[in-house]
Design a protein around this ligand. Structure first.
Ligand code: DSN
Length: 429
């Protein structure tokens, strides 16, 4: 008879009450507060079951059929399923599901496509890029020669003419597009044209929007990119981790760059959980979620405009919006803290050409994947925007401000409790 040994919370409470306490508090936080972090969502109980499974015990360095350890039959099956599902869902020639994170996936992509010292053209961090796109604090800026492109000051859209000019001037080995706080669609065809013109590889970092691609809510970069990197834990709703998709001729280079170059043993429990998430992402229900996520982000951006906040680029085509708070007269840092005090988790974010330093920032970033997973729709986005508008204007240094924030927090809790994601767990707890 086959049996499943799943997470046993009773054992954890008995053996390690301190960590059990942390987990209970975290579930309560996720249940009672509002998550508008653009890079988060909720994983399904099925994904969590795979993550909490005994595959966590298995070493499986290598790839299916070519492992450096015995006993890998189940590890092979899990990885083959994940790879096959990724290839089918995204129409990719090849998939590598072993990267531990998006940053690890990017490290491997650089290793597959460029040599240390090579020029790499990518979106600057202050304009919406990512640390791994050439920040001096990161391997990408230390080991490669980063050149940053920007958004245009007037439209706040990627300045494709500048991208082309920089590409012609610097002849990068690698051009990267994909961002962490750019709310608009990216013209992958235009990037492909520019890359072809200068003989560069095109890497699309789709970490933020791969879930929307899976749900057919935004165009896919796969037909245009040499390599696509992504995370699996954002709008895709999988476990924390990374993934790489590429053309067949780059498959070997990508695989070798992940293992043995950048990583050792894959986290097979996470690989199995990625397979589960990729299966879920192929369903009509997931497509509906992806489309509703975009509609919710658009509604949120539009109602936040009514609260006196300016959406960068004028709105959004994706799961996130970036709001300039200068008219409201509070910094991103203050807004983040005030919203947190009211049970609303979002993050401060620089806006293009921000006069403030990143630790202060003039803007906030909001995202709709979590609230959409919970079943909220446009009506709730309207009320959420109003609550944010009230919260950012409360001065927590005053008794009146603190009391108002507490009142907003009570309404926030009431709202999110009407949309619990982990309903089964509520019964168990
Ligand atoms: N930390 C991620 C985000 O929030 O966008 C990017 O790595």
């Amino acid at each position: 008879m086959r049996t499943f040994w799943g997470p046993d919370f009773g054992a954890l409470e008995r053996d390690d009450p301190e960590i059990a306490d942390v987990l209970l508090d975290e579930l309560a936080r996720q249940r009672d507060t509002l998550t508008l972090i653009a890079s988060e969502s909720f994983t399904s109980p099925a994904v969590l079951a795979a993550l909490g499974s005994t595959l966590a015990n298995k070493y499986a360095e290598g790839y299916p059929g070519h492992r450096y350890y015995g006993g890998c039959a189940q590890a092979d099956r899990a990885e083959e399923l994940a790879v096959e599902r990724a290839r089918e869902l995204f129409g990719a020639d090849h998939a590598n599901v072993q990267p531990h994170s998006g940053a690890s996936a990017n490290l491997a992509a650089y290793a597959a496509l460029a040599e240390p010292g090579d020029p790499v053209l990518a979106m600057g961090l202050p304009h919406g890029g990512h640390l791994t796109h050439g920040s001096r604090a990161n391997f990408s800026g230390k080991w490669f020669h980063p050149i940053a492109y920007r958004v245009a000051p007037d439209t706040e859209l990627i300045d494709y003419d500048e991208v082309r000019d920089l590409a012609l001037a610097h002849r990068p080995k690698l051009i990267i597009c994909g961002a962490t706080s750019y709310p608009r669609l990216i013209d992958f065809a235009r990037f492909r044209e520019i890359a072809d013109e200068v003989g560069a590889y095109l890497l699309v970092d789709a970490a933020h929007f791969i879930g929307l691609v899976a749900g057919r809510a935004v165009p896919s970069p796969v037909p245009y990119a040499d390599v696509v990197t992504c995370t699996t834990h954002k709008a895709l709703r999988g476990p924390r981790g990374g993934m790489i998709l590429c053309r067949e001729e780059l498959a070997q280079r990508v695989d070798k760059a992940v293992f043995p170059f950048a990583q050792g043993g894959p986290m097979m429990h996470a690989v199995a959980a990625k397979a589960v998430a990729l299966r879920e992402a192929g369903t009509p229900a997931f497509q509906e979620y992806a489309h509703q996520t975009v509609r919710n982000a658009q509604a949120l951006a539009s109602w936040l405009t009514a609260e006196g906040m300016r959406p960068v680029t004028g709105g959004t085509d994706t799961h996130l919006a970036l709001l300039d708070l200068r008219e409201v007269g509070v910094s991103g840092r203050e807004a983040e803290a005030r919203c947190a005090a009211a049970g609303i988790a979002l993050n401060k974010n620089v806006i293009p050409y921000d006069p403030e330093k990143p630790a202060v920032a003039s803007g906030i970033r909001v995202g709709a994947p979590s609230v959409t997973s919970q079943g909220m729709r446009e009506d709730e986005m309207r009320r959420i925007a109003e609550l944010i508008g009230l919260a950012v204007r409360c001065d927590p240094q005053t008794a009146a401000g603190t009391s108002r924030l507490a009142g907003i927090g009570e309404e926030v809790t009431g709202l999110v409790r009407r949309f619990p994601f982990y309903q089964e767990q509520e019964v168990l707890a």
